[in-house]
Design a protein around this ligand. Structure first.
Ligand code: SF4
Length: 110
C-alpha cells in the first residue's frame, strides 16, 4: 500500500470536491482502515532524520506546532509541490538566495 498519492484517498478527495461528502468519507475511511491494517507493525514514517520521535506522529506534530518554525518532514513534499509552482513566478531565482541546512540523518541514509 502506498500512502503518498494513494488512489483511494485521491478518489475520496475528488468526491469531496464534487460535493459528495458521504462518498468521500466512505472512501476516506476505507483508506484509513487499510492503513491501520497495513501499518500495524510497519514503519509508516518517511522521515530520514535521526530523531527519537520517528513514527510517533502525536509527539512529532506537537513539537512542530509548539515551535512553529516548519512542518513535520513527511509534509515537505506536499508543500514543496505548491512552493515550486509559486517559485515559477520569479523563474526560480529564489534558489540563488537560499541554502538548505545540513540535516543529521539516520545511519542508513548517510
Ligand atoms: S508526523 Fe512526524 S512522525 Fe508522523 S509520519 Fe510525519 S514526520 Fe513521521
Amino acid at each position: 500500500m502506498i500512502i503518498e498519492h494513494n488512489p483511494k484517498e485521491l478518489a475520496a478527495m475528488a468526491e469531496f470536491h464534487k460535493g459528495n461528502r458521504a462518498e468521500g468519507l466512505r472512501l476516506q475511511e476505507e483508506f484509513a482502515s487499510e492503513f491501520r491494517e497495513e501499518y500495524k507493525d510497519k514503519d509508516h514514517c518517511p522521515c530520514k532524520k535521526a530523531c527519537r520521535y520517528h513514527g510517533n506522529c502525536k509527539e512529532c506534530v506537537a513539537i512542530h506546532r509548539a515551535h512553529q518554525e516548519h512542518v513535520p518532514n513527511c509534509m515537505r513534499p506536499v508543500l514543496n509541490q505548491k512552493i515550486k509552482l509559486l517559485s515559477e513566478l520569479t523563474e526560480h531565482t529564489i534558489a540563488g538566495e537560499i541554502e538548505m541546512p545540513k540535516e543529521i540523518l539516520r545511519k542508513e541514509f548517510q
